[in-house]
Design a protein around this ligand. Structure first.
Ligand code: HEM
Length: 430
């Protein structure tokens, strides 16, 4: 029997579900007080038997409990994705973006298909499966009538292992033959082969490389963000026009926006911030877990409590963001410049404290290319109704950890013949 007991109000709510304490943090102050100032206590993850034991994803940093193993994996990932290293990947990201533009040009009606979505996010959503609340369930046999989660787990486990191991093994084979291209995986393999404890080094290397392929941590979030961007542009044509005017003035027509232009494109950057704020892709926060008893402003928080930052309510606080449901990049512009004082949505959308997203620099570069390139090259319009009026798009969202908009229709067309030719030309060059 599932029982829920709730206490507290406003921005700090404590809930008990089947004996499990859960604290929901509804303001930036609460989230920072606990997850950042007291990060030694609040940086673990809740046990997730579906993911860790059944699917066998205990090699994934983002799901590991706080401790030495997590620290080792985080350090290993950090060396390849810290802010100083990420600019090295920009050439590859630019080429990827050119390809994406080419696909959009070829078949604009399939703009959602040019993004990538894996249903596995369902599995990393704590509480999505009863087994996460009742770990004993993991021992029931796969053929048991209600054990569909176990059957899914068998498929996902193999999929996860293939995703981690196949590209790694292929790179290793090429490396041994001296044919591997420079990559995160080949750098790691080079180190493994020199390590006295090759077996252990190999385990860490393949986990880092798998995350490094940004398959798990990255693609769902980037896909969800891109969908929200299309949605915001289709519903707000004046925002789109304003961004395109800025792009035309700063970049001109003969080339695509580049990283060096970013500083002169405050409105385009404000759109990225506003997409993070308006429809955060992890709206109910990535849960943390406390590792010792604590007392906070008169509340006793027992060890093992699940702590959930309510990202949606923080980013929709009308005291910080006027008319929060409105898509309004101008809220981040002051005197023609980007002004994020006390309101940068990325301080919230990428999580908190010691568990803050490790892919944020890589993601930011990627999102800048997606948004600026699409805006420079295409017009995005909502479909029209029988009277010729634009339809207000309002898709449903999935309820997983990463909240993804369901598919929706949009008219996407090149802004001009010149832009069309530029895309084709860039593809020939790459
Ligand atoms: C729109 C893009 C993205 C968003 C909004 C996002 C958001 C997040 C959030 C909220 C967390 C949890 C933070 C916490 O527990 O407080 C996280 C963790 C993580 N992210 Fe991202 N992420 C994005 C893209 C990426 C990409 C592209 C990568 C990889 C290249 C990545 C790698 C990671 C890793 C490794 C963790 C685990 C950190 C840990 O548990 O120690 N993320 N991300």
């Amino acid at each position: 029997m599932l029982t829920t007991v709730a206490r507290g109000s406003g921005d700090l709510v404590s809930v008990r579900i089947m004996g499990q304490h859960m604290i929901i943090l509804g303001s930036l102050k609460r989230a920072q007080d606990l997850l950042e100032t007291r990060s030694t206590i609040y940086s673990s993850r809740p046990a997730a038997p579906m993911v860790n034991d059944l699917i066998g994803w205990n090699w994934n940093t983002s799901l590991m409990p706080y401790g030495d193993k997590w620290r080792k994996h985080r350090r290993s990932f950090h060396q390849f994705f810290n802010s100083a290293v990420c600019p090295k990947y920009r050439d590859v990201q630019v080429r990827e973006s050119h390809e994406m533009l080419g696909r959009l040009l070829q078949d604009p009606s399939k703009f959602l298909e040019h993004t990538h979505y894996e249903p596995m996010v369902e599995a990393v959503t704590p509480g999505a499966f009863l087994v996460d609340l009742l770990p004993i369930l993991k021992y029931i046999p796969t053929w048991f009538p209600f054990a569909s989660f176990k059957r899914k787990a068998v498929i996902w486990k193999q999929w996860g292992l293939d995703m981690r191991d196949i590209p790694y093994e292929e790179t290793k084979e090429r490396f041994v033959k001296g044919e591997a291209l420079p990559s995160v995986a080949s750098t790691l393999i080079h180190k493994v082969l020199q390590d006295p404890d090759q077996k252990q080094a190999d385990v860490l290397a393949r986990s880092t490389a798998a995350l490094g392929y940004y398959i798990i941590a990255g693609t769902d979030t980037i896909t969800a963000f891109t969908r929200n961007f299309f949605l915001a542009m289709a519903n707000n044509p004046y925002v789109q026009r304003k961004a395109q005017e800025e792009l035309d003035a700063v970049v001109g027509y003969g080339r695509l926006p580049e990283f060096k232009d970013q500083i002169n494109l405050p409105y385009v950057c404000a759109i990225i911030k506003e997409v993070h704020r308006w429809r955060p892709v992890i709206p109910y926060g990535f849960p943390h877990m406390s590792v010792s008893d604590d007392e906070y402003e008169g509340y006793f928080i027992p060890s093992g409590s699940v702590i959930v930052p309510n990202v949606w309510s923080i980013l929709h606080n009308p005291e910080v963001y006027y008319e929060p449901e409105r898509f309004e990049p101008d809220r981040f512009i002051k005197d023609g410049k980007l002004d994020l004082t006390g309101k940068d949505p990325e301080d919230v959308a990428f999580g908190f404290g010691r568990r803050v997203c490790q892919g944020r620099w890589f993601a930011n570069d990627w999102l800048f290319l997606i948004v600026s390139h699409i805006l420079a090259c295409f017009v995005i319009e909502a479909p029209r109704d029988a009277e010729g009026k634009p339809v207000r798009l309002a898709p449903e969202y999935s309820s997983g950890l990463v909240s993804m908009a369901d598919s929706f229709e949009c008219n996407v067309r090149p802004r001009s013949e010149a832009m069309q030719e530029l895309i084709l030309h860039l593809q020939e060059e790459d």
